[in-house]
Every structure is written in C-alpha cells, then in structure tokens.
Design a protein around this ligand. Structure first.
Ligand code: PLP
Length: 386
C-alpha cells in the first residue's frame, strides 16, 4: 500500500487539473498574438485571473501570475524594498521561521544597504508580537510574516500584524503558500498588501503561482523582457497551468469545510495514535507547533532517541512518504532552523518528522501508518540502545 503524507511538500494534481491539460491540447496560442488562437489564450488567462481574484476577494488587476511560491515571495520582497526606496525607508522586518524563499532574498537585500530585522517566535512558532511592534518604525518599508508555516503548520495572527504595519506606515506581505486552498484566505479580511501562493500546494501543477499586489502598489519586475503581466513579469504566459491553477483553487475553496473536517479528524487520529506509541522514557513523543492555530493537515512529531531521517527512510521502504524536519545540505545534516528558532534542542530537531495530510487520505491509511511508525520506532530505539 503506497501512502502519501507529504502534502506540504507538494500535492497530487486533481482529476480536473489533468482534464485541462488533456482536453486543451489545441489551446496553445500565445496570449499576445492578434489572431483568434491568441485571443482565445488571452481570454482563458483573463478569465482565470478574474476567477482566482474572486476566490481570495481581490480585484483581477491585483493578481500577477508567476512560476510559483518562490518567485512570488521574491517579487513581493523586492516590490516592498523598491517602494521603500522611493519613500526613504530601508528597514524590512520579518521573522526567523519564514521559508527560505523569503529569508534568502532578504539576505540579498542586505547587499543593497537594506536593514533586515528578523523577529523571534515562541516555542509554538508564533511570532513575538511585542518584539514586532518595537521594531516596526517609520523607517520600515515592508513587513513579511507568513500566514502558515510549512514545517510545523503554525498559523500567524496576520490580521493583527497587518494593522500594526499600517498604523506605522509599512507595507505588509504574507507568504500564504501553505495556506491558500487549505484554510479560507480573504485578502481584504487579512488586510495584507501582498500575498503569495502556489498551485502545486492545492492540487494544481508545479511551476504556476500568483502574487496578489494591492492595486495602488507598483510591482517591481524580477524578470524583464516583453512586458507581459502589465510589465510585472515578462515571458509568455503559462496559460494552461494558470487555467488548471484556477480550477484547482475553485475545487479547494468549494470543498474546504467538508474536507477540513475530514482532514482534522484524520490528523487527530494520527496524533493520538502516535502519542500512544509505547515509550520507555518520559515525554518521548513530542508534537510541534501551536495546538489550535495550526493547519488542518500538519503533524510534526519527534520520537526521543530516533533519528528523523532514518525513520523517514524506513517508512519509505514500507511505501509511506513523509518528510524529515531536518535539512540535508552539502552532506551535512543540519537541524531544522524552524525548530531551532522555536527553542528546540538539536536532538529534538534532528528527530522531527512531518506528516502532512490531504483530503485524498483515508482513515484506513492513517491506521496503517500508525502501526508502521510504531514498528519502526520500536526497532530504531532497539538499535540505539546497543
Ligand atoms: N513558501 C512556503 C511557506 C512554502 O512552503 C514553499 C514551498 O514549500 C514556498 C514558499 C515555495 O513555493 P514553490 O515551491 O512554489 O516555489
């Protein structure tokens, strides 16, 4: 039995998404062409823009199509930085558990004399609001705080943060890559000026995403050329991926309540099953992230005395796909910077494993996974004692 519990990494494209790709083979016109094929592609693109805008309560002219979450995040940060430069503001504030798509572009802006301030989070991954209030001043161009964390699923109090930013004259961006399609997202309600999302996180295709930018903010183009996307993002538009992203988002939003009720039930079943794994040491199983302000499908867990990567590989050999909480780079296994920022020890962070569920999973799969994890943990703890 193959079981996919790595939906925070990417999701399985839905049937409706595949149907777009298969059935629209003849819709290959370039939206910039004047003939009927171009016109048809342009109509598809603009219809998708209107529908996507509608699904997040934005206006169509506030949606810019990109290649995904990384590009959207990069463009949002650079747009905020450019806006800041024209207003004589050079401070950008973010927090320590952001995705690298935000942290690395911020690092690059340091070369251009921007001052980057990264605020702490508490042990559940919630941003320190007091610290945030202290560091956002009249020199602050932009604040970027993610809506939901990709490792531990913690949801940030974004509406409150948006108010703080606006009271101090700063723009506010939120990376909603893990949130759009998983929880209700309304840009008006959130109060954000920019918001990033990515199709492959809600059963669309990889290589398609979007950036919402409030109508009065001028997007700074990362890619320049033929001036597509009203000059914000050059390059021939990825029309079929955009069309399929629109369909995937419609499906995700339409079924959100019923699906989340099912996913939460499975998540809680998984959590209680994992917590019951026999434990020779006290507090041997730990669930990371906020208990209530969290994504429906996320379970990030550590088993004392068990290496996370080894557990992932063992589960893989049983046909179960999950992620380790640590990132392997240059052959060096480093504990997750997210868990480190949440004041977790190296041992705990190295032991973390992320299970991320979707509406495609079933309670039967969850029961099977619990049994397999129990067996693996028992075996691994047995080895580590020798
Ligand atoms: N931001 C967050 C929170 C993510 O989880 C991811 C991907 O995992 C990204 C940004 C990058 O998105 P993409 O893979 O579409 O470039």
């Amino acid at each position: 039995m193959d079981i996919y519990l790595d939906n925070a990494a990417t999701t399985r494209p839905s049937e409706a998404v595949w149907n777009v790709i298969v059935n629209c083979r003849e819709e290959y016109g370039n939206p910039s062409s004047l003939h009927f094929m171009g016109e048809q592609a342009k109509m598809t693109l603009e219809k998708s823009r209107r529908e996507i805008a509608d699904l997040i309560e934005a206006y169509p002219n506030e949606i810019y199509f990109t290649s995904g979450g990384t590009e959207s995040d990069n463009q949002a940060i650079v747009t905020g930085a450019a806006w800041g430069r024209t207003h004589g503001k050079f401070r950008i504030v973010s927090q320590k558990t952001e995705h690298k798509a935000v942290l690395n572009i911020l690092e690059r802006l340091k070369w251009m004399d921007y001052e980057i301030v990264l605020v702490d989070v508490d042990k559940n991954g919630v941003v320190d609001i007091g610290q945030l209030e202290n560091v956002i001043n009249e020199q602050t161009a932009l604040v970027s705080i993610m809506l939901a964390n990709n490792e531990v699923g913690t949801i940030q109090p974004v509406e409150r943060i948006a108010d703080i930013c606006h009271a101090r004259g700063a723009l506010f961006h939120t990376d909603a890559v893990q949130a759009v399609g998983q929880i209700p997202v309304d840009v008006e309600k959130l109060g954000c000026d920019m918001l990033s999302f990515s199709a492959h996180k809600f059963h669309g295709l990889k290589g398609a995403g979007a950036l919402y930018i409030k109508h009065w903010i001028k997007p700074y183009p990362l890619i320049t050329g033929g001036g597509q996307e009203r000059g914000a993002r050059s390059g021939t538009e990825n029309v079929l991926s955009v069309k399929s992203m629109c369909i995937a988002l419609e499906e995700a939003v339409k079924g959100i309540e019923e699906r989340n009720a099912r996913v939460i039930e499975m998540r809680d079943r998984l959590i209680s099953g994992l917590l019951r794994i026999p434990d020779t040491k006290l507090n041997g199983v730990h669930i990371f992230g906020d208990c209530t302000a969290r994504l429906p499908g996320n379970v990030n867990v550590s088993f004392k005395g068990v290496d996370g990567e080894t557990l992932v590989l063992m589960l893989n050999s049983k046909g179960i796909c999950v992620s380790a909480g640590s990132a392997c780079s240059s052959n060096e296994l480093r504990p997750s910077y997210v868990l480190k920022a949440m004041s977790r020890s190296d041992d705990m962070a190295n032991s973390a494993v992320r299970f991320s569920l979707s509406g495609d999973n079933t309670p039967g799969e969850i029961d099977y996974v619990i049994d397999q994890v129990r067996e693996c943990v028992k075996a691994l703890r047995g080895y580590s004692k020798q």
